[in-house]
Ligand binder design. Structure first.
Ligand code: G3I
Length: 403
C-alpha cells in the first residue's frame, strides 16, 4: 500500500497540483511557468516509472502441477468428516466453475452479491424483492447438500451500494426517523430470512460496523439514526425472523491488534452483556496491499473463542503480487494461505474458511481500481483452469489434523 502511494498516487496528485500551478502562471504571465514545466516533467517521469512498476502485468513462474485435484479426499470430503466448512463466494448460478467445484471441493458457499439488500430488489425499490438470482445460487447448493452463508442483511458503508439509496430519502423525510428505520430494517430482515429459511442457515447480520478511517464505528445511516443499538437491534430482529439461523457480525481488519481491534472487542462485550443473540464473528481477510501478522491473527481468533463465540474466515483472498519478491511467488502465496487457514482450522471455535471467489477467474480484484490494473491478482485456491494451487494440499492436511 505504502509503495503504491509513493510511486503512483503521490506523484499523480503532485503532478495535478503542478499542472494547476502551470496554468495559473501562464494565465497571469508569471515567469514561474518555466519552473512549473520542469517540476511537471520530473513528476510525469516518476509517474511513468510508478505506472510501469505497478501497472505492467507480470508473469510469475508456475512451478506447481497444473493437474486436477485427487479423486478422493477432496477438501469438502475431509471438511465434512471434521464438521468444518470450506467455502467459496459465488456470483452467478450459471458459472461453470460452480458446478465443477461445488459440491466436490466446497461444502459451503456464500452468494457474493445476490443476497445483499440492494441486489435483492427489483429496480432498487425498497420492498420490491426479486429473489430469482439468489434462489438459483442457493437452490443448487442446497440440492447438493452444501451449506449457504447469507451475506449480508445490514451494511451501512456506502449509500446506494451497500443499501438502497432510497433509504436515505425515506429516513430524511420521515416524521420519526428512528421508528421508520426500525420498521424498514425489520421488514427487510423478516422478508429475506423468511424467504431463505431452512436454506440459508447462517447470516452475516451486520457487515463492517467499524470505520475505515479512524478508531470509531462507521458513521452510516444506521448509526446516525439509532446509535450503536442498531447493531443489537439487527441481531434481535434476525433471531426473531429465523430462530434456527446462526447469526454473525462480519468485519475486515487491516491489523488484528491495535485500537480498532479493541473497539471491536468492546462492541462484542457490550453485545454479550446486553444478551444480544449473536453466535459468531466473521473475519473477512482480504489481503489487498499487505499480508497480515499471523501471530496476531491467532490471538484474535482465540480472543473471540474465549468470549464463547464462533469464528469463521468469511472472505479470504491474497493477491499474488504481495508475494512477487519471493523466489517462488505461487508457492509463497500457498504457504501464507495455508498457514492462515490452519490457524482457523486448528481452533475448535473456528468452523469455516471461505475464499472470496471460486477460482482465480472470478475475483473482485480484477475489476476494482487500482488492483484491476496491477495484474495478475490470482488470489484464490484454484487457478483459472480450476486446478488446485499450492495451498490445496496443505489445507487438506490441516483439515485431517483438525481436533
Ligand atoms: O458487473 C459490472 C461490470 O460489468 C462493470 O464493468 C463493473 C464496473 O463498475 O461493475 C460490475 O459490477 C460490480 C460487481 O461487484 C461485479 O461483481 C458492481 O458495480 C459492484 O458494486 C459489485 O461489487 C461487489 C462489492 O462487494 C459491493 O457490493 C463485489 O463484487 C463483491 O466482491 C464485494 O464484496 C465485499 C463483501 O460484500 C464485503 N466485504 C468486502 C468485499 C469486497 O469488497
Amino acid at each position: 500500500m505504502l509503495k503504491y502511494f509513493l510511486y503512483a498516487a503521490v506523484p499523480a496528485v503532485l503532478a495535478l497540483a503542478t499542472f494547476v500551478w502551470l496554468i495559473v502562471a501562464l494565465v497571469r504571465q508569471c515567469k514561474s511557468w518555466r519552473i512549473a514545466v520542469g517540476v511537471f516533467g520530473v513528476e510525469i517521469l516518476l509517474l511513468a516509472i510508478g505506472y510501469f512498476v505497478y501497472f505492467t502485468p507480470v508473469e510469475y513462474p508456475r512451478t506447481y502441477l497444473d493437474e486436477p485435484a485427487p479423486e478422493t479426499g477432496s477438501l469438502a470430503e475431509i471438511a465434512r468428516e471434521k464438521s468444518f466448512y470450506i467455502g467459496a463466494a459465488v456470483n452467478m448460478a450459471d458459472n461453470p466453475a460452480y458446478r465443477k467445484l461445488v459440491p466436490s471441493e466446497y461444502n459451503s458457499i456464500t452468494p457474493e452479491n445476490y443476497t445483499k439488500w440492494r441486489q435483492l430488489l427489483a429496480n432498487e425499490a425498497i420492498g420490491n424483492y426479486d429473489f430469482s438470482k439468489a434462489d438459483a445460487i442457493v437452490d443448487y447448493a442446497v440440492e447438493n447438500g452444501v451449506r449457504v452463508r447469507g451475506h449480508t442483511l445490514i451494511w451501512g458503508k456506502f449509500s446506494g451500494r451497500t443499501y438502497p439509496k432510497e433509504l436515505d430519502n425515506l429516513i430524511a423525510e420521515a416524521a420519526d426517523p428512528p421508528a421508520e428505520l426500525r420498521r424498514i430494517m425489520q421488514e427487510h430482515i423478516q422478508t429475506v430470512m423468511t424467504h431463505f429459511k431452512g436454506r440459508i442457515t447462517v447470516w452475516d447480520v451486520v457487515n463492517e460496523p467499524l470505520s475505515m478511517d479512524g478508531v470509531y464505528l462507521d458513521e452510516n445511516i444506521f448509526l446516525n439514526t439509532l446509535g450503536r443499538s442498531y447493531i443489537a437491534e439487527s441481531f434481535r430482529m434476525a433471531r426473531e425472523a429465523d430462530p434456527s439461523a446462526q447469526l454473525f457480525i462480519n468485519e475486515q481488519f487491516g491489523n488484528y491488534a491495535g485500537e480498532l481491534v479493541e473497539l471491536f472487542f468492546d462492541l462484542l462485550e457490550w453485545l454479550l452483556e446486553e444478551n444480544v443473540p449473536i453466535d459468531g464473528v466473521g473475519i473477512q481477510a482480504h489481503n489487498i496491499f499487505k499480508t497480515h501478522n499471523l501471530d496476531e491473527f491467532r490471538q484474535f481468533v482465540q480472543r473471540v473463542a474465549d468470549l464463547g463465540l464462533l469464528v469463521e474466515v468469511t472472505e479470504f483472498d491474497a493477491r499474488i503480487r504481495l508475494f512477487g519478491e519471493e523466489p517462488d511467488p505461487y508457492q509463497a502465496q500457498g504457504d501464507y494461505m495455508a498457514e492462515y487457514a490452519r490457524i482457523c482450522i486448528e481452533n475448535p471455535a473456528c468452523i469455516g474458511f471461505t475464499v472470496w471467489g471460486l477460482s482465480d477467474a472470478s475475483t473482485w480484484f480484477d475489476w476494482v481500481t487500482p488492483v484491476n490494473r496491477m495484474l495478475p491478482n490470482d488470489p484464490l485456491l484454484f487457478n483459472v483452469n480450476l486446478r488446485p494451487k499450492p495451498a490445496y494440499t496443505k489445507i487438506r492436511e490441516s483439515l485431517r489434523n483438525r481436533p
